[in-house]
Write a protein that binds this ligand. Structure first.
Ligand SMILES: Cc1ncc(COP(=O)(O)O)c(C=O)c1O
Length: 466
């Protein structure tokens, strides 16, 4: 009998402790306590290694966030150096630290238009939450507290703090938690699928804008503070609106004095080939952008709200002289180690021209994955640069039905067996690999996916005929 190695023993112990003590984010509550977790213990480049020593190509990029790849010495050195020099000090009031101020100036330079004022947070949800509160303060301090309603969209994902979860519009995520619903409104999902849509892009666009205008008329523009939108709905299934949608919604917002908040937590920091996609790809200069994830390449938790000079100046001008306090922020806002990591990350991205690389390999990634549409169990493949998803179907059955979800789960499991991690969600296999991915590695992803689909299809056929 082979003896267990020390690494295997530690792995088994972690699995047991995890099963006994941890409630994971987004856990499957029907299997809490089961000893089935994947313990990832090492990572290099685009690969991660589990507690049994198995290697996987990480096509999830951590969680949309590990952009420059694992093990970049520049980021690790920056973290260490800052931790040695000063690991933490309060960011409250008029106190700050050098990395936070340097990073704020860099973000102002990289972002579009006049988004020159930065409010740091601890991650994505807290950035979203802060942006909405800033919109409330903006109108509230001008004597218009009734202008606090928020427009979001079905299929959006904005995080899991109370308000961010309330803004999110994914039906599958709505459970017996409580959600704010009196002043948060969801417009329909802006998804447009040119492969299957019965209407043209122009017709779909006019339907979406008509609905938005009708919703504004119904609620009253005088009651609405802001509209929040991911340029491409990421966790909702890499859903792309029809061309012209972002510019048109921004124009509706301007006309109605509604602030436009772009959630670039996934689309920012290179995933679409630019530091920020709002203006360059979608023709919009938002009033606020929220960013996180790729900001530090996932090496440290950090988020930020980038605020336009116009909005920031109004907050200052309209502040209550008796109480001129901006009462929002966190113990770890602008954490010096996280900010130093983000600065090193931006230097690596610029030095290696990561955005240029994504613009080069991104179309190849989508093209290779779209070849998978020849499989009868693929309903569609959609994507833009390095965010993509394969939607599975039992032939003739569309959407997240139980059979389609089970089928996608088989495809995910076969990918994992073959050394590829993709993100399972409903009947989708979602992919957002590190941005340093090469064409050879993209070929490996496409080949493993093709094999996994063929295996799942054979199994399905055998079950249906048996
Ligand atoms: C578009 C978008 N917004 C917000 C968030 C929330 O970010 P966090 O998980 O860092 O709170 C996410 C996370 O996946 C996201 O994809």
């Amino acid at each position: 009998m082979r003896l267990e190695t020390e690494v295997e023993r530690r792995g088994r112990s972690s699995v047991q402790k995890d099963a006994r003590h941890v409630l994971h984010p987004w856990a499957d509550l029907s299997s809490v306590g089961a000893e089935n977790s994947l313990i990832v213990r090492e990572a290099h480049g685009v690969e991660v290694v589990d507690h049994r020593g198995r290697r996987y190509l990480d096509a999830i990029g951590g969680m949309w966030c590990v952009t420059v790849g694992y093990g970049r010495e520049e980021l690790i050195d920056a973290m260490q150096a800052q931790a040695r020099m000063m690991p933490y000090y309060t960011p409250f009031g008029d106190v700050t630290n050098e990395p936070a101020t340097e990073l704020a100036a860099l973000l102002a330079e990289l972002s579009p238009g006049d988004l020159n004022r930065v409010h740091f947070t601890t991650g994505g949800s807290t950035a979203v939450e802060s942006a909405i509160r800033i919109a409330h303060l903006y109108y509230g301090s001008q004597g218009r507290p009734e202008k606090h309603h928020v427009l979001s969209r079905v299929d959006a994902y904005h995080g899991s703090t109370y308000l961010a979860a309330s803004l999110s519009g994914k039906d599958a995520d709505r459970t017996s938690f409580h959600y704010e619903s009196t002043w948060v409104h969801h417009l329909q999902s802006p998804r447009y699928d040119p492969d299957h849509s019965p209407v043209s892009a122009a017709e779909r666009l006019s339907e979406l804008i008509g609905e938005m205008e009708a919703a504004i008329a119904g609620i009253g523009a005088e009651n609405i503070a802001c509209f929040i939108a991911e340029p491409i709905l990421a966790s909702g299934g890499v859903l792309t609106p029809p061309p012209g949608y972002h510019a048109a919604t921004a124009e509706v917002c301007r006309r109605n004095d509604i602030l436009y908040i772009s959630d670039e937590i996934v689309t920012g920091f290179g995933r679409l080939g630019h530091f920020f996609a709002s203006e360059v790809k979608f023709g919009v200069v938002p009033d606020m952008i929220v960013t996180a994830k790729g900001l530090t390449s996932g090496y440290q938790p950090l988020g930020a709200v980038l605020i336009s000079d116009r909005v920031a100046a109004a907050l200052v001008e309209a502040a209550d002289p008796a109480k001129p306090v901006f009462s929002n922020g966190f113990t770890y806002s602008g954490h010096p180690v996280a900010c130093a990591t983000a600065i090193a990350n931006i230097e690596v991205m610029k030095g290696d021209d990561i955005c240029g690389h994504v613009r080069g390999v991104g179309p190849y990634f989508v093209e290779r994955l779209r070849e998978l549409r020849t499989s009868p169990i693929v309903y569609t493949v959609r994507g833009d640069h390095l965010m993509a998803c394969v939607e599975c179907q039992v032939p003739g059955e569309v959407g997240p039905t139980p059979r389609n979800m089970a089928l996608a789960a088989r495809v995910d499991a076969y990918c994992e067996e073959a050394g590829l991690l993709v993100r399972p969600y409903e009947n989708l296999c979602i992919m957002s690999p590190p941005l340093i991915i090469t064409k050879g590695e993209i070929d490996r992803i496409a080949a493993i996916m093709a094999d996994a689909l063929a295996r799942a299809e054979r199994e399905l056929n055998a079950r249906e005929s048996g």
